[in-house]
Design a protein around this ligand. Sequence first.
Ligand code: C2E
Ligand code: CA
Ligand code: CA
Length: 560
Amino acid sequence: MRLEECVLLQNQWFNDFCYESILRATNSVIFEYYPESGQEVVSDYVQELIAGDYNGRMLSAVMIEDGVIHPDDVSVSIEFRKKAKSGGSGEINLRLLTPNNEYHWFRMMLSQYSREGKTVVFGIFTDINDDMVKKRALNYHAEFDLVSGVYNKSAFLVKTTQKLMTESDKTHYILSLDIDRFKLINELYSMKDGDAVLRYFGSIISDLAQTGETYGHFGGDIFCMCLTRPEEEVIALIEELEKRINTYPIAFKFIISVGIARVDNYDGEAVDVLCDHAAMAQKIIKGSYINRWAFYDQSMTEALNREHEIITSMEKALVKEEYEMYLQPKFDLNEGKIIGAEALSRWNHSKFGLMMPGSYIPLFERNGFILRLDEYMWELACRLIRKWMDQGRSPVPISVNVSRVHLYDENLCDKLVNLVKRYEIPPHLLELEITESAYTDCPARLYEVIVTLQKVGFCFSMDDFGSGYSSLHALKDIPVNVIKIDLKFLQKGRLSDEIGRGILQGTIRMIQDINLPIVAEGVETAEQAELLRSTGCNCAQGYYYAKPMSIESFERLMWT
Ligand code: C2E
Ligand code: CA
Ligand code: CA
């Protein structure tokens, strides 16, 4: 290149002091190229912003030959300059090496004008690195989860929607992946270790995904993927994922549970709804050591909707008096007379009709509403006893269920004492049934409650005895008044052989040894009743004698 071809500007307006100050303040250098003469001029402080030896050389040559342009940006820059030289104009962003040997983002703008009848290509390079870095960081934050390094939820939803829309004719699988007991890692190790596991998991997922498949981190230990491959390969991926996460170097057995929502002929359904479906299926198998994956089906949504309807109507049902108290008599096996009754709730739901406790009690125990229902049932029982007393009848004790959730209510004892006081009934007429497993859950609190209430005259039954594992232990330590043996002792087939009968008889004798009265639950046949009676169990409750019934039916049975 001849020296005179490239003139570092000295005397022209280019180097006007003010003009240069503005350019420097905006981190810009300018150049002009004169196509007719092939000459070029450039701001003489170009070396301060951009690497390269400019002395006597054309700008474009320096940039290419001195490796100033980032290798990934060389081809776009050549294309751009070609276009500009042939009369076009415009701008591009590209990375250029700076004198500090770092790449910075520059914006290159080119335009053409005519001066004194000659074409001039005018260009400007502006260092926009700070802005670009900030913008890229913002984009990264907006799209990527900083812990796991994969797409965050909103980016996953956007990318997956685009994918499903463009490939609507294919079958896809949306996976909701969860690391079981992940909290334990944070507790046993540290949050930092927990984050490292999530990052590792993210890297495995991105490694196993094929081009075009999407994946993201929904927060916590939940990840989602959208896979487009045959079903057996989806399952193979889950197995591989679990294998690989277990190579992570900590002493922890990783178990992955995965819910899968299959998408055929995508019709525009919101992807977060599909993810919810996958998550619903995943919750069903969470904690199972046998099943690692489950497919979503419509019945899960129906169950969830029903559960939702139950939750939204449970409070109003109290006001509308939809909960009813049914009574199931307890019989003295020798004399054949009623010696008490258990209060069992039924929900006369305005939409679903008469519902059995199995369809709402477990839910109420989870959401705490069982406290309200139990107290309502206790109140109904007290009201009924009061009514019988006012009618001059001699009432039998009514036993009510006390959910284990109630043991965490520090006002439990006061509530019960105040209740019987309010109705002016002797406390022993309101018998309290507490299920056996509560005796294992919180023995100290239970002991305190039982002893406090027994002092003022309440009686306690240990319900469902024999259904758990610590019955013998509990019997020794907890001062209950009555044992109700669980109906499973009498279930079909159990008493058909010597072993089953032996277990029942052994259990009854063991309770007799510590002098506690026994009520056998679930007596359905005359043979069962006879076996119980001959073993020394004197009291029973079961369909053989009477099913749970309305108050009117119970009163008829008792007094007519
Ligand atoms: P539970 O306290 O063990 O009540 C005995 C259950 O056995 C009742 O079921 C009763 O209907 C049933 N049963 C009685 N005799 C027989 C029989 O001969 N054969 C068979 N197969 N079953 C018999 P139910 O009424 O469905 O209540 C189920 C459970 O729901 C109750 O079990 C109790 O734990 C709970 N529950 C019901 N009402 C309430 C309530 O108001 N509060 C609380 N906390 N729990 C309640
Ligand atoms: Ca009970
Ligand atoms: Ca029971």
